[in-house]
Write a protein that binds this ligand. Sequence first.
Ligand SMILES: *Cc1c(COP(=O)(O)O)cnc(C)c1O
Length: 487
Amino acid sequence: MSERYVTPPHLSPDEFRRQGHAVIDWIADYWQRVGEQPVLSQLSPGSVRDRLPTEAPMNGEAFEALLSDLDDVVLPGLTHWQHPRFFAYFPANSSPAAVLGDLISSGIGAQGMLWSTSPAVTELEQRVTDWLSAAIGLGAWSRNDGRGGGVIQDTASTATMTALLAALHRATAGRARDAGVQDGKAYAVYASTEAHSSLLKAAMMTGIGYQNVRQIPVDPRTQQMDTTALRTAIERDVAEGICPVMVVSAVGTTATCAIDDTLAIGRITAEHGIWLHVDAAFAGVAAVCPEHRRVLAGVDEYADSLVTNPHKWLLTSFDCSAFWVRNRSALTGALSILPEYLRNAATASGDVVDYRDWHPQLGRRFRSLKLWAVMRTYGITGLQAHIRSGIAMAEQLETLILQDDRFELVLPRALSLVCFALKDADRTEQLMNAVNASGVAYLTHTRLQGRFVIRASIGGVWTTPADIDHTWQAIQQTVDQLLETEA
Ligand SMILES: *Cc1c(COP(=O)(O)O)cnc(C)c1O
């Protein structure tokens, strides 16, 4: 043995087993007591950092030391996304089954950039994305045995950028990847003013440019894209020699969960040969329930790509974003590159899919394991039960709001998202801040026509009807106090 060889202090497999059990116990305890914690971390900036040593230990410590700091230092600095009364943004479900699947992925530690670097990573992902596309009712266009297919990406933002790269490749007949978009020609993309900011970011990153995102107005009552305005914007650009690259249909906008009319948008994109990307990051998974499939109406007929996030509402720990394309050749055409060190017989045979060509990065985790764990242990009926229970609790909240004449529903409830405000408009922000400061629940807001509106986004793994009642009581008490101080 070389004299320079020193055995590094790995945890032995047996020590790992012991510590691993302790970690699983810690997580299970965390879930059991998370509902007793204030939802929103109350710490001031810097207070976690100040409690951590400024330098790494020179010699390794026992793993127990880390576990105890987890309780003392980390926990107070957490906003508890798995808290049963976390109603902010959209949920980020982390179910027990998904956590176990993710742990297995880490333990296996395979990097699935090529089919040949672990055939199971690619083939399980193909099967599971097929399962999910069938579960949400997508047609054959999305399956991996045809010209299209599915892939798991880190986030919807990355998936939307990927869609834009593929769309640009198609719109420029391949010129964009080789010559870039600095060819003196202008390109444009289109989405409603309510579509997610990831499209603007994608336009910035692809070189299309922020200014070339046409933000199409919405109908103020429904928050849906005005498709007449879309048509006008496209026709104006075409007349001026600007090349329309992609239109995004927002299926579940982040502010209010508005659902664009993908069918009407698709008729326009089909007429002009423009790539149609459907951003169903939050709402798409609701289609596991047949009664909610209408959110995806028009997708089978017209979409070139679609993204939905199991890591939001479908019980699969972040990150897990499912992305499908109708024609994978635009994708691989835009992104495929084969340096010598990645050449291998399987790739050369053309018989396999190399997922490195389906997203910006090369390396990739074995993410399908957690979705596989979720889909197998819940089954389709279990997934449906989760979606339906989230919607039922949103209905419960909606009913409570309607019974209190100090409040109003600003828009009709959309799936599990409830947008409401005090009729006394100036007080709504104060109310939300006071509820959040109390630690009972965590709510975030949006603005509609300038008006401050509270969004209650239901759908956590551990939320029960009692949590809705508890939250509503806290909201009512807070309003009582606000009105008292005023009197
Ligand atoms: C949450 C959300 C996104 C961004 O999701 P990431 O996966 O975090 O990138 C994009 N679009 C919509 C409509 C969203 O709700």
